[in-house]
Design a protein around this ligand. Sequence first.
Ligand SMILES: *Cc1c(COP(=O)(O)O)cnc(C)c1O
Length: 408
Amino acid sequence: MKATGPIPSGYEIVDGELAIGGMKTSALVAQAGDTPLFVYSTGHLRQRVADLRAAMPERLAIHYAMKANPYSPLLSLMNELVDGFDVASGGELELALNAGVDAARISFAGPGKRDRELQRAISLGVTLNCESEGEAARALAIGAQLGITPCIAIRVNPSFDLKGSGMKMGGGAKQFGVDAERVPALAQHLIAAGADWRGFHIYAGSQALSADAIIAMQAQTLALVGELTDAIGAAPPHVNLGGGFGIPYFPGDEPVDIQAVGAALSEAFDVLPDILAETEFCIELGRYLVGEAGVYLTRIVDRKISHGEVFLITDGGLHHQLAASGNFGTVIRRNYPVAIATRYEAEPEEVASIVGCLCTPLDKLSDSAHLPRADVGDLVAIFCAGAYGASASPANFLGQGPAKEMLV
Ligand SMILES: *Cc1c(COP(=O)(O)O)cnc(C)c1O
């Protein structure tokens, strides 16, 4: 038997079944018309942002990094809840605009922005988080061509990373950002060239659960902002402090202590140098905002025994939930939180593996989990499916196609 991750709080039980937003999962599937289905909970999303705002200093704006989940109805909801959107491609920019996000609230990061993406962003007044001197030069040239002053922040490649993070995105040689020591010269160049210099974007990593690690990273980030500001001789109008708040996916994982992070950040803001008095600060979060608000529902289509082991074979799989299969940036495969949604209150009584319908042994959604006895027709719920699920999985693999999605 292998343990499964902790089921996020905030889900309900109706008639013995898992329910989301007051509706039984079987009813949600009936409404959507089919499985597999991603369900995202409005109540969960609202609560998450409200709790985060309550914990963080008022001065800190909250941005949504939409690569975690670009589902249009979810973007429209997040647009009501957060202060800004961080996009990382021209495609994401269009999705954000279509969901009603005001271009002035969008910043655009990501290496390898093409000229037409820069053109579109500049003409809309989107802030570019420039990833290199070369990109900054192209942005200036395109701005001049269009007769529009480009809004440019510099993405800084810091010399530190986020300790304990699942993905390190700073420290040492990286394809992201401009090495910190070259940032002052670039900022001075942008200011002299007449760009609307917006400040810094400093992103050091993702998926950290330790408040101490996040606090240390934020302290290092603020110290770096102080040094860069002194070297440039001008205050950044805006600083994106990055994010990196993780969510518990696996057995033993504990949620981030956001009270501790907020308290430390308040203290840090209280002792900022005077030159940063007018600077606006934000954090950008993806999975922390949306990850636990999503559930992937898939139906059991076969139940079989092989060499004494039970396999529950579903109509879903890694083509929608690559991360739960352990094939999206993880070294050791561990079980996400899972449940038999239609027997949510039943006692566990057997060890079974939940697999997908793809012809590859990689397609395992849960390995040897202790579960209630489930049969053909039952629904399986994979939790923590709100981030890096539908849009980060190879939906066309084996001709399967995308899952349905709904926001309730
Ligand atoms: C991926 C990414 C994020 C979001 O990461 P999460 O772990 O989902 O919070 C935020 N900012 C940048 C620059 C990123 O690349």
